[in-house]
Write a protein that binds this ligand. Structure first.
Ligand code: ADP
Ligand code: MG
Ligand code: ZN
Length: 581
């Protein structure tokens, strides 16, 4: 809206910094002085110092740092030290408000431009930017899609450009936002302005995609460890989830603040009620509650001790409560990225905390059905299936949970000693022979017929099913046909997931066809043992029940990992906030 760029703000006498202290000019200052005087910190943490130095010197940076690692300092300090205004692209309006308020309270001239603003306020911010009076300007990504905004920014002086939550540019990631795709153009538009892409969620693939799409070929890459050593990971088989949850919460002691994540709104409400009846100070939170209820519950959670928030994943982004002692999942997250992000909300203060989850076969059936019913195309569904498989691999691992989690992010580590499987060896069975049957079926099909198949068809072969495809392909002639009938279909799926999680199998391409990974040779020779986890299958009785409360119509769309649902959800959020979707 070009009418915005005017002096209407001045005319209306609007002061975006009313109540703030006097502005302090840190241009050219020592970054450590800024850190001390603006933030009150004694020293940079981890890679912060190196990143700040690199960017002040004019370099681009790609920053992978876990949630709570301190990414904001990485761009805010260079923005203060370099002449001009730091542009910050941030996807969530609510987050923008909080960050800007905190900065202004510390004497930093920070402001935001978004569609929730009244015209005089916006005009005052614009005027301040053009007059060179702003240290930091936060902008929503969709604004940077417009020529008007870009031209306006070109009339002032930018010191750095920071793209926060940069994984949103990844189409295959769990949090894709189309507006991020246009941000690559900032490179050509503002040459000479150092740019940073920051994220707390990056698999090696997302990392590559971010670097390419945001046009950062010459950036230096700062990759922190994603380990959160103070978080203890625990995943148990679901039998009586509510009773298990109460027992877990009680084991954490009174006064421990926590978050319980559930998939559906109905389940959130019922669980909160149930916990309250059990004497737990629990509150519900999901996108379907009135805004006042959500605000009131959030504020109680933040201000009081020992409140347990039962929520959908709509809750948590940008909630910076340092002393969350536990995060509990009573439904299976859709991806390892999501699990890591959600569990990462525990223990930001560095004190011992627990990430607890109860998981059962019903979760798997339900998520598979959601994927099947999702309106995306085949390759999209395959991708969702791979996210789910990786998550299941983590649930079913007989090895260290943390090692598995970090390996997913491309980080090698030793067994941690602070997760359930490290603390107590899980119940296992010898999966060598089934693994060999499966692997040799894959090898035969590949060598003799140059064919590759996904899990479903391979299981049909092993179990000796008589499908059209089996008959048409003559797969009933294979030597392994029917050799695996001793295991049920779900058992086979569990075997495959665990082999995938260990890299013995790899899933490829649009159809998720299975191929042998490097360690497969040792398994085929019988040299590599294949202990497989038993508890989930056994204790949930192998009976797949899908709870009513998680039927699709009851789901919080925020949890359904499909573009359409996400769009609908965003449109709803936008409507709630009164901004364009
Ligand atoms: P991220 O964006 O990576 O999740 P934030 O920038 O929000 O992390 O910082 C997380 C927390 O760490 C904040 O409470 C912040 O004040 C604190 N923090 C950041 N840098 C430092 C530091 N150098 N020393 C002490 N605390 C810090
Ligand atoms: Mg952040
Ligand atoms: Zn461990």
């Amino acid at each position: 809206d070009p009418a915005g760029w005017s002096d209407a703000g001045a005319a209306a006498g609007f002061d975006p910094f009313a109540g703030a202290g006097p502005r302090r000019d840190f241009t050219g200052a020592d970054p450590r002085t800024v850190l001390r005087e603006v933030y009150g910190y004694d020293a940079f943490r981890g890679e912060q110092g190196a990143i700040v130095e690199h960017v002040i010197a004019g370099g681009d940076a790609v920053v992978l740092m876990p949630t709570g690692g301190g990414k904001s300092v990485c761009y805010q300090v260079p923005a203060l030290v370099r002449p001009g205004t730091g542009l910050v692209v941030s996807p969530l309006i609510a987050l923008m408000h909080d960050q800007v308020d905190a900065l202004v309270a510390n004497g930093v001239r920070a402001a935001y431009l978004n569609s929730t603003q009244a015209p005089p306020e916006r005009a005052a911010v614009e005027r301040a930017y053009l007059a060179g009076e702003l240290d930091l300007l936060y902008v929503a990504p969709e604004r940077l899609n417009t020529e008007t905004t870009l031209r306006f920014l070109g009339r002032g002086r930018l010191s750095v450009i920071a793209i926060d939550e940069a994984h949103c540019v990844s189409q295959w990631g769990h949090d894709f936002r189309p507006d991020y795709l246009a941000l690559g153009a900032l490179a050509e538009r503002f040459p000479g302005v150092p740019r940073l892409a920051l994220t707390a969620t990056a698999t090696p693939a997302t990392h590559r995609e971010m670097t390419e799409r945001l046009h950062l070929p010459d950036a230096r890459h700062f990759v922190s460890s994603f380990d959160r050593p103070n978080i203890q990971y625990r995943i148990e088989a679901k039998s009586d989830p509510r009773r298990q949850l109460v027992a877990f919460i009680r084991s954490q002691g009174a006064g421990a603040a926590g978050i319980v994540y559930a998939l559906s709104r109905k389940s959130v409400e019922q669980t909160a009620e149930f916990l309250s009846a059990q004497g737990v100070d629990a509150l519900p939170y999901h996108a379907g509650l009135p805004a006042e209820t959500r605000a009131a519950n959030q504020s109680r959670f933040l201000r009081e001790d020992g409140v347990v928030m039962v929520a959908t994943i709509a809750f948590g982004m940008g909630i910076d409560k340092p002393d969350v002692r536990f995060v509990a999942h009573i439904d299976l997250p859709k991806s390892v990225e999501g699990y890591y992000q959600e569990t990462g909300r525990a223990g930001r203060d560095g004190e011992a905390s627990v990430a607890w989850m109860a998981y059962g076969l019903g979760d798997v059936v339900q998520q598979r059905r959601l994927i099947d019913q999702s309106p995306g195309d085949r390759s999209f569904k395959t991708r969702l299936g791979q996210h789910l498989d990786a998550m299941l691999g983590l649930c079913e691992t007989v090895g260290c949970r943390r090692q598995n989690l970090l390996a997913y992010f491309g980080e090698a580590s030793e067994p941690c000693g602070n997760c359930d499987t490290c603390l107590e060896a899980p119940d296992t069975w010898d999966g060598l022979v089934p693994a060999q049957k499966l692997l040799s079926t894959i090898v035969r099909l590949q060598r003799e017929r140059n064919q590759a198949f996904g899990a479903g068809h391979l299981i049909d072969i092993l179990r000796g099913a008589s499908t059209d495809r089996i008959r048409q392909q003559g797969h009933d002639q294979l030597s392994t046909y029917g050799l695996g009938a001793d295991l049920g279909e779900q058992d086979w799926r569990s075997v495959i997931r665990q082999l995938l999680a260990r890299g013995i199998l790899v899933a490829r391409g649009e159809y998720g066809t299975l191929a042998l990974g490097e360690p497969a040779a040792g398994v085929l020779r019988g040299e590599t043992p294949v202990p497989l986890r038993r508890d989930v299958m056994r204790r949930s009785g192998g009976v797949a029940r899908v709870r009513k409360s998680t039927a699709p119509e009851n789901l919080d769309p925020a949890n359904v990992g499909v573009f359409e649902a996400l769009r609908a959800w965003r449109a709803g959020v936008a409507r709630e906030l009164g901004v364009p979707a």
